[in-house]
Ligand binder design. Structure first.
Ligand code: HEC
Ligand code: HEC
Ligand code: HEC
Ligand code: HEC
Ligand code: HEC
Length: 495
């Protein structure tokens, strides 16, 4: 028999349940109102502006009059603080007449001389330092020794200065025309048009403060990528979501790139996809090389800072977490919430950068990151040793008089091993942005180096990848191709 509950005890239970339900609804309503208010506050742009900002205002100090808090944080990117594997450490130097800097960041090639072997014959073997904050983008490019070893083109400027106003002036109002003109100037001339490091106007539309992409390299690169995925005429400024823009504004510069053709156009090699395998096959198809390795004669490539591509392969990108969530997390100043414009290592700011999503202690989160980075560094060291061993073997075989045909397979494997290793070496998170992918890439690199060594010992050895012939001199431009840069212009570009 089922006992019917007594009414007298059921009624209070019902009342309690109802009261609880109302309480929950009340809390939800309050939360909703608060949320709406917050969104309004976030969307609010001061109606009274101290300064009228236009498409010609590139000086961040003027923007700072309207947005003093963002400007104060932005200026802090001049601070230098090291973390275990990242951040930046100030090294004092005595200023000279051709380089007035009083402090620079640590030299990577002095810290690991194997890098000089890897890049023998290339400008990077002369000077390559750790990155530091956005306040330095312009001066570090002006004074790097890479400027003295090779005459660099104006193309370099896109990622190291505020270029929006300069490009448009140069192109009579046309961004792309100005970009093309500056690419073809020697850097020594282009630098006279540059006044500020990356500035507000490079990421913001001055009237509405909306995020925007202003760098032609990214506009063209993302268009090519989307076209390969079946989306024609992609324009991030009209088609991207807000969350996507929070990665795209950084992807304007934190990417792999090369200079295409005699006109030195800045191109992001994304027409086949963002993975290293796609990028490698893109370069092989166009038979591109950055330089000829001095010790082995291999036609090799230099990778640089593929943060955007790498982040794309990781769990955070997959979960919709962007660069800005970690590197410019929200902060509260008075009653308002703002994006922290002190862009830096999130490990200097775990509290706001990670704990908004992960409820682990500061120490535990740091430890998780460093565990990933330590494992990465260990394998990276092995990949570096393997590549140096292959370079040594190739050099010896060359000196012993082996023919180009006999060296071809090992040279191509050096090209691959080098690019795969460099792609994660030049990436600035020390393995964090996509841990398993970055370790996979190192595994591939080691495999290519060791296969190259086998190929030198056993002429019948068939490597796991098809050998691509990369000519020492690039194919002549097709008839009717754009005019070559003036004869006085820099010869081969080194980045
Ligand atoms: C989930 C958080 C997270 C996301 C998302 C993220 N990063 Fe990072 N990033 C890190 C961490 C952690 C490091 C390692 C910092 C260290 O070792 O001090 C790092 C390192 C870096 C560094 C080197 C910084 C330094 O001071 O050493 C750069 C540059 C960078 N990230 C750019 C980007 C860009 C660009 C994106 C988006 C395409 C991105 N990151 C997305 C967490 C993130
Ligand atoms: C105009 C190009 C450009 C854009 C846009 C850009 N960066 Fe950078 N970033 C650089 C350059 C160049 C450096 C290195 C400067 C140096 O070492 O002199 C750098 C350095 C950094 C560092 C290292 C800071 C340190 O103290 O070591 C971080 C982190 C970083 N950027 C993250 C970001 C994030 C996140 C975004 C997007 C919100 C972004 N960057 C947008 C060009 C850019
Ligand atoms: C490298 C790109 C970049 C640069 C340079 C930059 N910002 Fe931002 N800014 C952002 C991002 C990303 C956000 C967050 C926007 C969002 O989430 O919708 C933001 C947000 C803002 C906002 C909205 C309120 C807030 O703080 O979230 C203001 C105002 C602002 N920035 C002012 C400035 C000023 C002033 C400068 C120059 C001193 C500047 N920004 C430079 C990327 C940049
Ligand atoms: C906006 C939210 C958000 C932020 C900010 C964020 N994460 Fe995450 N993180 C996630 C999500 C979502 C995942 C995927 C796992 C999941 O779904 O639980 C994840 C995964 C991870 C993982 C596991 C990685 C793996 O390969 O499985 C680590 C470690 C991690 N985060 C560390 C950090 C650190 C360190 C920071 C700060 C620098 C950070 N996260 C910032 C949301 C975030
Ligand atoms: C597509 C954008 C982009 C272009 C083009 C570019 N850089 Fe950079 N550069 C960066 C970013 C991002 C960093 C910071 C990350 C790093 O150091 O890996 C950086 C860092 C640097 C640094 C400081 C660290 C170091 O390597 O010593 C120097 C110097 C530099 N670049 C010089 C140049 C020169 C010279 C050129 C032209 C040949 C050039 N850059 C072209 C984006 C770019």
């Amino acid at each position: 028999m089922i006992e019917t509950p007594k009414k007298s005890s059921a009624r209070p239970a019902l009342l309690v349940a109802l009261a609880a339900a109302f309480a929950v609804i009340a809390v939800l309503v309050v939360a909703l109102v608060a949320n709406v208010a917050e969104h309004k506050r976030e969307a609010k742009v001061p109606t009274v502006r101290v300064v009228e900002l236009t498409e010609e205002t590139d000086d961040p100090a003027l923007w700072g009059k309207n947005f003093p808090q963002e400007y104060d944080q932005y200026k802090k990117t001049a601070e230098m603080t090291p973390t275990r594997f990242g951040g930046s450490e100030a090294v004092p130097r005595v200023p000279t007449s051709d380089d007035p800097r009083e402090k620079v960041s640590r030299s990577k090639i002095d810290a690991d001389p194997r890098l000089k072997t890897m890049w023998a014959g290339y400008a990077f073997a002369a000077d390559f330092r750790e990155r530091r904050g956005h306040m330095y983008v312009l001066e570090d490019q002006l004074y790097t020794k890479r400027q003295q070893v090779v005459k660099q083109p104006g193309t370099c400027a896109q990622c190291h200065a505020s270029t929006w106003v300069a490009y448009r002036k140069l192109g009579d109002g046309d961004l792309i025309k100005g970009f093309e003109k500056m690419n073809q100037m020697p850097y020594s001339e282009a630098k006279n048009l540059l006044k500020h490091p990356v500035a507000c106007i490079d990421c913001h539309e001055p009237k509405t403060m909306a995020l925007r992409v202003t760098k032609p390299g990214f506009l063209e690169g993302i268009k090519a990528l989307k076209a390969s995925q079946g989306v024609p005429n992609y324009d991030p400024n009209t088609m991207a979501t807000r969350q996507e823009m929070r990665a795209f504004v950084c992807g304007q510069c934190h990417v792999e790139y090369y200079f295409k053709g005699p006109e030195k156009r800045l191109v992001y090699p994304w027409a086949k996809g963002l993975k290293i395998d796609d990028i490698m096959s893109y370069y092989d198809e166009i038979k591109f090389k950055d330089w000829t390795h001095k010790e082995t004669g291999a036609q090799v490539l230099k990778a640089q800072h593929p943060e955007f591509e790498t982040w794309n392969q990781g769990i955070h990108a997959r979960s919709g977490v962007t660069c800005v969530d970690c590197h410019m997390p929200y902060m509260r100043v008075g009653g308002t919430k703002m994006a922290d414009h002190h862009v830096r290592s999130p490990l200097l700011n775990v509290n706001r950068a990670c704990q908004q999503c992960h409820k682990w202690s500061d120490a535990e989160l740091k430890d998780r990151v460093e565990t990933i980075q330590l494992r990465f560094k260990k394998l990276r060291d092995q990949a570096m040793d393997s590549l140096v061993a292959l370079i040594g073997d190739l050099k010896a075989a060359k000196e012993a008089g082996k023919s180009d045909a006999e060296l071809a397979t090992a040279r191509y494997l050096q090209r691959r091993a080098q690019f795969y290793l460099d792609f994660v070496e030049a990436e600035n998170s020390a393995g964090f942005h996509a841990p398993d992918e970055q370790v996979r890439v190192l595994g591939e690199s080691i495999n290519y180096s060791r296969q190259g060594q086998i190929a030198l010992r056993d002429p019948s050895f068939k490597p796991t990848v098809a050998v691509v012939d990369i000519p020492a001199t690039p194919p002549a431009p097709a008839p009717g191709a754009p005019a070559v840069v003036p004869a006085s212009a820099p010869a081969p570009a080194a980045h």
